[in-house]
Write a protein that binds this ligand. Structure first.
Ligand code: GLN
Length: 483
C-alpha cells in the first residue's frame, strides 16, 4: 500500500474511534498531509510514519498536560529528545495520548479528559486499556497511528500492551533519554515503545538508543560499548520460568497461554529452567513506597507560581493558601494520595521503617535477577560463585499481568490497592532497571493476514520477557520468536 493511503487510513480511524478517548490532542490534519511523503510503505521503517506521543512527553507544537488539570494550558517550548530524534528520522507526530495523570495508575482512568475506553468491537462492554500509557497502546491497537511512545515506571507500557494486544517494550533504564519527559519517579522512569510487531518496535528503538548529554542519567558511550557483550548468540536459549509468578490469582486463560508459549519455545529447541526470585513477593510494596516518595518531590514544583495553572481569585493571599488551593484543585485524587504517601514515608518518623527498607528490598530484587542470569550485570557487582543459582538463564518468561483486561465499570469501584496489584509482574524489572517487553499471544491462535493485523483488537494474553541489563536486543529476539 502507498504511504499516503496508509496515512489516510490511520487518520480516518482517529475519527472512527474518537469515542475510545485515546488522544488528549490531535495535530492539525491539513498540515499533516503535507508531511507524509510519497512512495511505498516500507515495513519497519520510521520515515513518514504516523506516531503518537504520550502526553507526558514534551512537544513544541502540541500541549503537554500529563492528563492533569494543573498542566491543562502548558505547551513546552521544546521537543523532548526522543521526539526530536523521531522527527529527525522522518516520523510524523499525529497527536498526544491520554494517560493516568502524571503516569500514576494502571487503567488510564485518572485523566482530566476522562478515561481511555477499550471496546474491541461495537456493543462490547467497555474494558480497561491498562495504564498509565493506555492511550498510546489503544491508539496503536485500533490503528489510529503506526506506533507510539509511552513511559514505563512500574509497568505502564507493558500492562497496557498486554490488555490491548500490542507489543510494548521498556528498554534498560538509561538507554533512552528522559530529557523533556515529565518526571514521575525519576530513578524508575523509562521511555517505552508500542508497535504492532517486534520489528516496528525495534526500528524505533534503534533510532532512539543513544547517549543524550542533556539527561544526566543517560548512559554514556563508554558504558554502552560494554553492553550485550555476553549476550547469547547461539540459536538455543535457556529460558527461565519464575515459579514465584505462578500465583493463585492467575486467570486460567493467562496460565494456559504462558504454558503454551513455553511449550512452543521448547519445541523450537530452547531449554526451560524453573527459577526462584524470592524477593518478588516484596517488590510491589517496595515500589509503592519508592515511586510515591520520588513523586512527592518531583511534583512539588507544580504550585501555580513556578509551574501549573493557578487557582482563580486568590492573588494577594499568603503563599501557603495559594499553593494549597492551586494543588488541591489541580491534582486529581490519585495524585494527591501519592503525594501524601510519599511525603509521609520520607518524613523523619517514617523514613527508617518505610523508605530505607524499600531501598533495601530494591537491592534484593536486583540481586535476585543477577543471581539467575547467565550474563553478569555490566553495572552491578560480581556475584560470588556460592551465591549464584544452579540454574542460570538467558531470559525470563512470565505473564505480563495476572488477568486479561478487566471491565472498566468494575475498575471504577475498585479500591486503590486492587489497582496496584495489576503491576505485580512488571514492577520487579522496573526496580532492577532491566529490559522487558510484553508481546501478545492470541487466546485462540489463528492465521494472521495483513488486514487482520491492521484492523482488529483481538483478545490476547500479554507474555513478558525480561533480560539482563543491556541485553535489549536479546529480549526483542525472544519476543519475535514468541509473537
Ligand atoms: N501503575 C503503576 C503506578 O501507578 C505504574 C505506573 C507507571 O509505570 N507509570 O505507579
Amino acid at each position: 500500500m502507498s504511504l499516503l493511503k496508509h496515512a489516510k487510513q490511520y487518520l480516518a480511524n482517529q475519527s472512527k474511534y474518537a469515542h475510545l478517548n485515546a488522544f488528549v490532542s490531535l495535530a492539525d490534519r491539513t498540515k499533516l498531509f503535507s508531511n507524509f511523503g510519497a512512495g511505498d510503505d516500507e515495513p519497519h521503517n520510521v520515515r513518514n510514519k504516523p506516531i503518537a506521543i504520550k502526553d507526558n512527553i514534551c512537544t513544541h507544537d502540541l500541549k503537554t498536560t500529563a492528563s492533569s488539570d494543573i498542566l491543562k494550558n502548558f505547551t513546552s517550548p521544546y521537543d523532548a529528545t526522543v521526539v526530536g530524534l523521531l522527527r529527525d528520522a522522518g516520523a510524523v507526530v499525529v497527536g498526544k495520548t491520554n494517560m493516568d495523570e502524571f503516569g500514576m495508575g494502571s487503567h488510564s482512568t485518572h485523566s482530566h479528559v476522562g478515561p481511555v475506553k477499550m471496546q474491541r468491537h461495537a456493543y462490547e462492554e467497555e474494558r480497561s486499556a491498562g495504564g498509565s500509557s493506555g492511550g498510546s497502546a489503544l491508539a496503536v491497537a485500533s490503528a489510529q497511528c503506526w506506533a507510539a511512545l509511552g513511559t514505563d515506571t512500574g509497568g505502564s507500557v507493558r500492562l497496557p500492551a498486554a490488555y490491548t494486544g500490542v507489543v510494548g517494550f521498556k528498554p534498560s533504564y538509561g538507554l533512552l533519554s528522559r530529557w523533556g519527559v515529565i518526571a514521575y519517579a525519576n530513578s524508575l522512569d523509562t521511555v517505552g515503545i508500542f508497535g504492532k510487531d517486534v520489528g516496528d518496535v525495534e526500528a524505533i528503538f534503534d533510532k532512539l538508543n543513544m547517549h543524550d548529554p542533556q539527561d544526566p542519567t543517560s548512559l554514556p558511550d563508554s558504558t554502552r560499548a560494554r553492553l550485550g557483550k555476553d549476550s547469547k548468540s547461539s540459536s538455543s536459549l535457556r529460558i527461565g520460568v519464575p515459579l514465584d509468578y505462578n500465583i493463585a490469582t492467575l486467570q486460567p486463560a493467562v496460565r494456559e497461554a504462558w504454558s503454551r508459549t513455553l511449550r512452543y519455545l521448547w519445541e523450537q529447541g530452547h531449554s526451560l529452567h524453573p527459577i526462584r526470585l524470592p524477593a518478588t513477593q516484596h517488590a510491589l510494596s517496595a515500589y509503592y513506597i519508592l515511586a510515591p516518595a520520588e513523586a512527592s518531590s518531583n511534583l512539588a514544583k507544580y504550585d501555580g507560581v513556578r509551574f501549573g495553572s493557578r487557582a482563580e481569585g486568590i492573588d494577594g493571599t499568603p503563599e501557603s493558601v495559594l499553593f494549597a488551593k492551586t494543588r488541591g484543585q489541580g491534582f486529581g485524587s490519585e495524585v494527591q494520595r501519592r503525594i501524601l504517601l510519599g511525603a509521609f514515608t520520607l518524613s523523619a518518623q517514617a523514613i527508617d521503617n518505610y523508605f530505607i527498607q524499600a531501598q533495601k528490598v530494591r537491592r534484593l530484587v536486583q540481586q535476585d535477577f543477577d543471581r539467575v542470569f547467565a550474563s553478569p550485570n555490566p553495572l552491578g557487582t560480581e556475584v560470588s560463585q556460592s551465591d549464584q543459582a544452579t540454574e542460570r538463564v538467558d531470559v525470563i518468561l512470565s505473564p505480563t499481568a495476572p488477568t486479561l483486561a478487566p471491565f472498566l465499570e468494575g475498575v471504577k469501584s475498585q479500591d486503590p490497592i486492587s489497582a496496584y496489584m495489576n503491576d505485580v509482574f512488571t514492577v520487579p524489572a522496573s526496580l532492577a532497571g532491566l529490559p522487558a517487553v510484553s508481546v501478545p499471544v492470541r487466546i485462540t491462535p489463528q492465521e494472521k493476514t495483513a488486514e487482520h493485523r491492521d484492523e482488529s483488537i483481538e483478545e490476547s494474553v500479554g507474555i513478558q520477557i525480561v533480560g539482563q541489563y543491556g541485553e535489549d536486543k536479546l529480549v526483542l529476539r525472544v519476543a519475535d520468536a514468541v509473537a
